[in-house]
Design a protein around this ligand. Sequence first.
Ligand code: F6R
Length: 615
Amino acid sequence: MCGIVAYIGKKQAYPIILKGLKRLEYRGYDSAGIALLDAENSINLYKRQGKVSNLEEFAADKDLFGHLGIGHTRWATHGAPNDVNAHPHMSMDGSIALIHNGIIENYDSLKKELIKQGYIFQSETDTEVLVHLTDHISKKENVWFGEALRLALSHVVGAYAIVAMSKDYPKRIVAARKSSPLVIGVGTEGDFFLASDATPIVEYTKKVVYLDDEEIAIIDLDEGLKLYNIADQEKTPFFQELEMELEALEKGGYEHFMIKEIHEQPRSIHDCFRGRLNAEEGWVSLGGVRDYEQKMIQANRLIIVACGTSWHAGLVGEYLIEDLARINVEVEYASEFRYRNPIINENDVVIAISQSGETADTMAALELAKSKGATILGICNVVGSSISRITDAGSYTHAGPEIGVASTKAFTAQVTVLTLMALSLAKKKGTISETKFRTLLAELEAIPEKVKTVLETSDHIEKIAAEYKDASNALYLGRGSSFPVALEGALKLKEISYIHAEGYPAAEMKHGPIALIDEEMPVFVIATQGTSYEKVVSNIQEVKARKGKIIAVVTEGDVSVKEMADHVIEIPECDEQLVPLLATIPFQLLSYHIAVMRGCNVDQPRNLAKSVTVE
Ligand code: F6R
């Protein structure tokens, strides 16, 4: 939610910030803005509603000189998405400019107080409070703007990543963070790059510092980077080397990031299990959580907390871990868990699943669990993200940067980690036979090749998409671990094509949703070989009897479903436990093709942002 980019150094700031904002546009695209310090030490401000390209067009004929600048792409929380509410926000005298990602919860009382002091607000945002409060403290206490910002933050309740600049300090930039991410890149020419994640930074430097909660960074071109806590005690920065490669951030010849990321899955799944399993030697090992496996085995229960697609992966994990390792697992929406006073203690292990590692609800659920003494673990994709840093231990999914707002390769990587986890726990606990263990390891190793085969059906799926692109509703059905795949299929269709879709356990149809079936209703069913096959076939017949259209994902060579269904999409044969890794791919492709045909913005669907850092 909201992307932040800033630069200070010898280079021109504008092109660096603009390019960075385009990389961060997945975090929000309601408006964009840039503030630049010009040669006369005045701050020039350019803001536009809508995408970064609107800002670029608007700024094209303006004075864009400046070696110091801050930029922002917004996902609106307080105030409509318009030019005025766009960041940066300025102090009334034009001396301070500030950008913010997060929410200031007590902004209303602070605003009322500032209005009493004579401050006039231009926007409806909570952020404008921060800039006026900083200005007010700076004048009242006669302190420089960085110190004023530090003092201002002690009055603030909420979440923030902030970057501020002042025309009176042309060599300085100040940043602060609490619960919203911020990375500082240390350039090779004594320059500095700041951003919400490392993607705008990686092409200039790989040396970075991730700000911790309640840390303030003061960057001075003469004195370098200094870190302080909110009580003004100096801290030692921890420099890290980025592992990200620039190519991963580009479309590489594909029309959209989403389709690129769908096609990356043979590699991303392989990267996820590389070095973690060996079918020939018969071992699996998730290094990051190895020391916690005994604790997981002995735990009262494992509680998986997540949101959206990651929650769906969690459900697959529940089926796998309970079935293979016989450990009690519960899967909770993080947003519900955090507010429902859950019973939790030191015998529980809470596992957060999050692609971004920044989702506010998931973070809060973890913090709650931690405060009750539970062990907290993470399964994240973004290295160095907040969740990966607050957890006791965790496993990265290694899917590489996911830029399309709709999650695809992150889901299959999360399911892969959960499969490895289930296998490792089962082996340690002795709940799996050696034959089954080795078979599953070998089957998992074979998955990337099978995903390639599924991807080859893209043209066939595109034809099916053409037939259903104008549907108003769709149902997705599955049983067992294919039920979460149905939920995920429905979510993909909803979010990028804006077609209403529901995922259901196939047998639940007759308890209500079957009333929706008519000749207009496409019903997407996972009907692969396995324990529930015959049952699913019966569910398909129930739909056909009511003239619904059946599009079935089946195992290669299937005969029965083929006879009943309007369309089938074949996936290679694989162990039932691993079907989610293959069956989800046709639904990703289907949603993608439908969204393209409907002229939707596939990578940046309306109203959404990739990283949901507000609750
Ligand atoms: C759907 C999607 C969202 C995310 C959810 C959680 O395609 O991307 O539903 O899965 O916002 O995000 P993370 O995994 O970053 O915590």
